[in-house]
Design a protein around this ligand. Structure first.
Ligand SMILES: C[S@@+](CC[C@H](N)C(=O)[O-])C[C@H]1O[C@@H](n2cnc3c(N)ncnc32)[C@H](O)[C@@H]1O
Length: 349
């Protein structure tokens, strides 16, 4: 009798609820298949590299939100020399994008600098079919020891809000410092989850305010604070970066602004919100919600109200975002500093 074609048991796990608790514990699932398959929880797909490493779903819906976020960032810097980054890096050879998500920033930077090698790294494989020849995507946990053998000229991070504890952030900035070439640059851009309104069109107890505050508190409760845009500059300074500069943005939610660029920004940010908010809320609130973890239904009910408010053209909501970039001192600067410190010590003796 002819041998039948063997079935792949993993294929049948692709249902959305049936391997929620088993995947991380499984001793028989190979790492590679699990990495591509992800793990489903509350109907959303998450990475499997390190259990609980990220609140961010890695699925089509969240990638759509990330794409809108990418376009939003590019649009608001479209009138600058380089809408992809502001660090004055002219002919980079090695670039790293930490937490690359869908990988769009890394791909665009590869096109901009065809002589550079651009690496995107994330816990989940970016959903790309084609990459520029100078771009590579790697699946890894950035908190593990780095195994790249060359220094980078630019390390970039975007929307890594709440990805790490304060201690992990300090460690990550140290790693970045160590792995940059002298004179190399680090750059980070983050949005603020807190919501603002400059007129009285948003009530202080709106569902939008309730949602953003609840998510913010959940981040604190998890010790993964969501105020990354307020803390990243000091963290860079602490790691030793110099020449730190920053630029603050306002992201309108919805196309209510008069200025045509801000109107378009509002459209993109609205899209970022509608595609992204379930992913922003589900993990954090069902695991770390205050005063107790929320049920999935509680999250979805609040989000339904938020969606209604988002659709109201008379509510003028906006959020802050900030870009910060800094330089690793050159060898001469480091040596000069050591000498100056030695002179001060001698004069104190
Ligand atoms: C909100 S997304 C931003 C993606 C992308 N930077 C962008 O702006 O479109 C955050 C990304 O960071 C990744 N991430 C979180 N913790 C990570 C870690 N420890 N190592 C590598 N990637 C991580 C997540 O998997 C997710 O794709």
């Amino acid at each position: 009798m002819e041998k039948s074609i063997e079935t792949d048991p993993a294929y049948y796990d692709l249902g959305r609820n049936d391997y929620v608790d088993s995947d991380f514990a499984s001793e028989t699932t190979s790492l590679s298949s699990s990495v591509y398959r992800g793990v489903f929880e509350n109907g959303r797909r998450y990475q499997t590299v390190r259990e609980g490493a990220s609140w961010c779903p890695s699925d089509e819906q969240q990638f759509e939100s990330l794409e809108a976020g990418h376009l939003l960032c590019v649009l608001l810097d479209a009138n600058t020399d380089n809408p992809l980054f502001h660090a004055p890096v002219k002919s980079p050879k090695q670039i790293l994008d930490i937490g690359t998500g869908r990988g769009t920033w890394a791909i665009d930077v590869s096109d901009m600098f065809p002589n550079a090698t651009v690496r995107g790294v994330d816990l989940f494989p970016p959903p790309v079919n084609w990459l520029p020849p100078n771009c590579t995507m790697e699946v890894d946990d950035i908190l593990q020891e780095w195994t790249w053998h060359h220094p980078f000229d630019l390390i970039h991070m975007r929307q890594l809000i709440g990805a790490f504890t304060p201690v992990e952030w300090d460690g990550l900035f140290k790693q970045c410092y160590k792995n940059l070439s002298p004179g190399g640059w680090i750059e980070q851009i983050e949005g603020d989850p807190r919501i603002h309104c400059s007129d009285s069109s948003m009530s202080t107890d709106s569902s939008m305010v309730q949602f953003t505050e609840a998510v913010f508190r959940a981040g604190q409760n998890w010790n993964h604070p969501l105020d990354t845009l307020d803390t990243m500059r000091a963290a860079m300074e602490k790691a030793g970066f110099v020449d730190i500069q920053e630029k603050t943005y306002r992201w309108p939610v919805g196309p209510w602004a008069r200025d045509p660029t801000m109107k378009e920004a509002g459209r993109l940010h609205y899209h970022q919100w509608t595609a992204g908010m379930e992913g922003w809320g589900l993990y954090l609130l069902t695991k770390f919600g205050v005063p107790r973890p929320w049920t999935k239904e509680e999250v979805l009910v609040l989000l339904a109200r938020v969606r209604k408010e988002l659709q109201d053209p008379h509510v003028h909501m906006w959020q802050y975002a900030r870009r910060v970039w800094g330089r690793k001192p050159t060898q001469e600067e480091v040596e000069g500093k050591v000498k100056r410190e030695a002179v001060v010590k001698d004069s104190e003796m």
